[in-house]
Ligand binder design. Structure first.
Ligand code: ATP
Ligand code: MG
Length: 312
């Protein structure tokens, strides 16, 4: 079975909407803008004029652009999702919008504004993270040191602790969904999509990139799901992410090997969890073990891990 994740690339030629098209159908209220450097009024839809600088990335059903607000020269990321033709995509993006509207944490990517275009496309204006994702950082600068990883872990755990306290489960924690800026601030991005994408095994099959970080109880609910707890699934994914950033490759497979469904299933559900090589600190080894417990009830919570010696 071919399992390489496919991206929708049929509409890569999308341009930013013309100014006359940018009228929102409904202005969605946002959380209070504490700590927000850009005030909502300075980027309000009616006044705003954005210039596309470049494409930052392509995701499922959408494209993320770097844009500049011409009046203020403030830089943003604009995620445009072509939701018109696909009701499932529309539900997914509305879920992401709902979560982004509710969240206000320095460890979660900030959403400034949401527009719905008359043609049904939806655009989410977010804070711009100039170093991209931890996945791209790994490719450009190589593996991360223990000290850097402790800092990354602390920030992601603060984000997860915030989300879990608000009853939000991310379900797609992986290096590609953690954004970084030049100050090495790490923020959780890309919400809600995977909640729907991975609800069934079928839907999951075409998104191995996401399934690879799934906990055993989500991958195979029949054998491991009796104690299903979505929060601890995020912790498993964090453990794998940390390990990958240290090793430089997806921890369940040798470097360079592409995952396929059967290999992932065997490794995640029947094999032992991956561990760190010789030479790392006891704290780091213990931290990874606390995240990568196959029995989800034995996994530490985000708040417990924040007091783990590795993070402190
Ligand atoms: P996927 O399903 O592949 O994760 P997606 O449709 O959910 O994709 P995102 O993960 O939100 O889309 O974004 C796709 C890419 O755009 C990211 O991998 C990243 O490179 C870039 N990107 C997204 N948001 C930002 C941002 N706020 N600042 C800078 N780059 C961003
Ligand atoms: Mg993503």
């Amino acid at each position: 079975m071919a399992l390489v994740r496919e991206r929708r690339q049929s509409k890569l030629g999308l341009r930013l909407p013309e100014i006359t098209d940018r009228r929102p159908r409904f202005p969605l209220p946002l959380p209070p803008t504490i700590n927000q450097q850009v005030t909502k009024s300075s980027i309000s839809t009616t006044e705003a004029e954005y210039e596309t600088v470049k494409v930052l990335g392509h995701g499922n059903g959408g494209t993320v652009y770097k844009v500049v607000h011409k009046k203020t020269s403030n830089v943003f990321a604009l995620k445009v999702v072509h939701a018109d033709s696909d009701p499932m995509m529309r539900r997914q993006i509305f879920r992401e919008m709902e979560i982004l509207r509710r969240t206000d944490s320095p460890y979660v990517v900030k959403c400034h504004e949401i527009f719905e275009k008359p043609d049904g496309d939806i655009a989410i204006l977010m804070e711009y993270m100039d170093f991209g994702t931890l996945e791209s950082l790994l490719k450009t600068t190589g593996t991360l040191s223990e000290a850097t990883l402790a800092d990354v872990a602390r920030q992601v755990l603060n984000g997860l602790n915030y989300l879990h306290a608000h009853k939000i489960i991310h379900r797609d924690i992986k290096p590609a969904n953690l954004l970084v800026n030049k100050n090495m601030q790490v923020k959780i991005a890309d919400f809600g999509v995977s909640k729907i994408m991975c609800r069934t095994l079928d839907a999951c099959n075409s998104y191995v990139g996401t399934c690879a970080y799934m906990s055993p109880e989500r991958f195979d609910p029949d054998s491991h799901g009796s104690n299903y707890n979505g929060y601890s699934g995020d912790i498993w994914s964090l453990g794998l992410t940390m390990l990958e950033l240290y090793l430089g490759h997806f921890p369940f497979l040798p470097a360079g090997q592409k995952p396929d469904w059967a290999t992932l299933m065997c490794a995640i559900c029947f094999g032992e969890p991956p561990s760190l090589p010789q030479g790392v600190s006891d704290e780091f080894r213990s931290f990874i073990e606390c995240c990568l417990q196959k029995d989800s009830t034995k996994r530490w919570t985000a708040s417990q891990l924040l007091s783990h010696p590795f993070c402190r």
